[in-house]
Design a protein around this ligand. Structure first.
Ligand code: GLP
Length: 241
């Protein structure tokens, strides 16, 4: 595990963008695993700026997002599909057919999860996976539990996650209670993984995921066992390590 502790959120975003951009420059047909949440927004803005300056070309890139809310129409501004379109995809030259998110509106969850895994495999696997982290150390929507799912699956969101994510919705009752998420195995199969965290609210999760132990109650702790894992955090998130 490599750890970068940066002065602030802006520096976290810049370093992450440079790492992601290098991946695409060195391998223009990279398969990128992407994440939602507020943390990667700064990194996405940097990547858009690089694209506009002609420094990076996404025309051969394929993307797979980590997760999507269950039964939230993609037209809803809080769907992860809308988030990704508005925050990144509408501003770069990635081809629409190369963009993938789990279909939360599916009639057959089991089939959708299986298909998502198949699509990742068919694309050649994920070259670089971007992650944020929940306040309870969830990654994607893999919540603390006695057992963690290997493959893409449907998950019940914890009360903490529902509460944390309610800031984007009009009220807490509107937050979906379930999501389709890549599993821990789908994430760990990525060739490289980078995780970004910023702010004191993530300090405990960062402490618990870097303490040398793997604990299913701290889903991100498994990343310590990945052969090419980079943590990019600011001083506030690093406060307890
Ligand atoms: C959601 C997403 C995660 C993300 C987390 C943290 O639960 N499913 O992928 O890492 O939020 O979000 P934020 O970056 O806004 O703190």
């Amino acid at each position: 595990m490599k750890i970068y502790i940066e002065e602030n959120y802006e520096k976290v975003s810049k370093r992450a963008a440079l790492i992601m951009a290098s991946q695409v420059v060195l391998k223009p047909d990279s398969v990128l695993g992407l994440a939602t949440g507020s943390t990667p927004i700064g990194m996405y803005e940097e990547l858009i700026a690089m694209y506009k300056r002609g420094e990076i070309d996404f025309s051969n890139v394929t993307t797979f997002n980590l997760d999507e809310y269950y039964k939230l129409p993609i037209e809803n501004e809080n769907s992860y599909y809308s988030f990704m379109m508005n925050t990144l995809f509408n501003h770069i030259n990635v081809k629409k057919e190369n963009i993938h998110l789990p279909n939360g509106m599916t009639e057959s969850v089991e089939e959708e999860c299986k298909n998502y895994e198949e699509k990742i495999k068919k694309a050649g696997g994920i070259d670089m996976q971007l992650l944020g982290i929940g306040g309870n150390a969830h990654i994607g929507f893999n919540e603390p539990a006695d057992k963690l799912s290997v493959d893409t699956n449907i998950v019940d969101l914890t009360q903490k996650t529902i509460k944390d994510n309610s800031r984007f919705f009009d009220n807490e009752e509107d937050v979906p209670k379930k999501a389709i998420s890549m599993g821990i195995g789908s994430i760990m199969k990525a060739k490289k993984i980078i995780l970004l965290a910023s702010g004191e609210g993530k300090a405990e999760a960062i402490r618990d995921m870097t303490n040398g132990y793997i604990n299913t109650q701290v889903p991100a702790s498994i990343l310590q066992a990945h052969p090419d894992f980079t943590l990019i955090i600011d001083k506030d998130a690093a406060k307890l390590i």
